[in-house]
Design a protein around this ligand. Structure first.
Ligand code: SAH
Length: 352
């Protein structure tokens, strides 16, 4: 069986090369082809001899070539594209590329499915199947780098906001971010990376201990205890008041501003009272609220508030000295909410 060398450290790659009688410096060349030029076919690595290429072909493989694209959806405005990927073990995940005026960012998944069972989310419809590996997380970025290469572009930001709860896969998620941070790979600044959690406090504490300037986003979605517990079962284990405290500690340690995501669900958490309560919690904090008008998931029965309600909610926050933005709609027409495409695909397969 061939060894998959995608995501190996340079040291481990050198060891694997030496074991096959290849020169050590060849490992560095291959590493550059993969992570600086997004080339995943040994045949295209022009500075290698035919003999060495043959040895590589015989012994090694690369994950991006073992992942197949089941679906690609591009939004009508051309700014968002979503891939439904089939992993070597047959599980599928979603990855989204977003084109902003400041560059390209990729929203990666951290798990196959999710166990958090948030009431409005499509990712957890069937629970979590498994954690993604470090190479599987890195590959989501590189599949888009490969696609952007002809236009001389590359991914400069990553948000871990796809399916899954990153704090329950800490080593692989943060390992993947550290991998992408290396000068010899994507050389991506930690400041260009964001990890979003539903509020797993031990994960936030670990981030605080690691003290890297990675952006932390917290999915808040409600500031009434019972309401949040009914929308997000995780609140029963980690009450949002304690989550806010842990996040504040992170902001103090790293100097990074926290983003609180607040999905607006019609007649559920979009009242004036909700807005006032929210600003009571976050006023004067080193934080911004990102209001996300809900992407309705038909299976879940939630609706999006009308524009007037969204605007009113936003204005109450601003008036009460709480930084807020309304998420720019990206990819609504391509089922860009977490897990929606994967769920849709699974349903269609079932009908066949
Ligand atoms: N588990 C992590 C990261 C994945 S979810 C977390 O909870 O933060 C990423 C974000 O998308 C979360 O804020 C999540 O609540 C939100 N989201 C999930 N379903 C959505 C939907 N139908 N419409 C809008 N946002 C949604």
């Amino acid at each position: 069986m061939k060894q998959d060398i995608f995501g190996l450290t340079i040291t481990d790659l050198e060891k694997a090369f030496l074991a096959l009688g290849l020169k050590k410096f060849r490992a560095k060349q291959v590493f550059q082809w993969i992570y600086q030029k997004s080339v995943f076919d040994f045949n295209e690595m022009h500075n290698l001899s035919k003999k060495d290429i043959a040895i590589l072909e015989e012994n090694f493989c690369l994950l991006p070539r073992r992942i197949t694209v089941l679906r690609q959806q591009n939004s009508a405005d051309g700014m968002t594209s979503k891939l439904l990927l089939s992993l070597p073990d047959g599980n599928s995940i979603e990855t989204v590329l977003m084109h902003h005026d400041y560059g390209y960012s990729v929203c990666v998944s951290s798990q196959v499915g999710c166990d958090m069972h948030c009431a409005f989310c499509a990712s957890g419809l069937n629970g979590a199947i498994r954690n993604l590996t470090l190479p599987e997380i890195v590959a989501q970025v590189y599949l888009f780098n490969e696609r952007l290469k002809p236009q001389g572009a590359f991914v400069s930001r990553i948000v871990v906001m796809g399916s899954g709860e990153p704090m329950l896969n800490y080593d692989n998620v943060f390992g993947a971010l550290a991998f992408l941070h290396q000068e010899s790979t994507s050389f991506m600044s930690y400041r260009n990376m964001t990890v979003s959690t539903c509020g797993i406090i031990p994960g936030i504490k670990r981030m605080t201990d690691d003290a890297k300037p990675i952006n932390l986003a917290v999915s808040l979605h409600a500031v009434k205890m019972d309401l949040r517990s009914s929308l997000m079962p995780v609140n029963k284990g980690f009450a949002f008041t304690d989550v806010l405290e842990a996040a504040e500690e992170y902001a103090l340690t790293t100097g990074r501003e926290i983003t609180y995501e607040y999905i607006l669900l019609k007649d559920v958490n979009d009242s004036e009272e909700d807005a006032l309560l929210l600003s009571n919690f976050l006023r004067y904090k080193h934080a911004t609220v990102n209001l996300i008008p809900a992407n309705p998931v038909p299976e879940k029965g939630f609706a999006r508030p009308d524009e007037k309600t969204i605007d009113k909610f936003f204005k109450i926050l601003v008036k009460n000295k709480t930084n807020a933005t309304v998420r720019k709609e990206m990819g609504k027409d391509i089922a860009a909410a977490c897990g929606q495409l994967r769920a849709k695909f699974a349903q269609e397969e079932k009908k066949k």
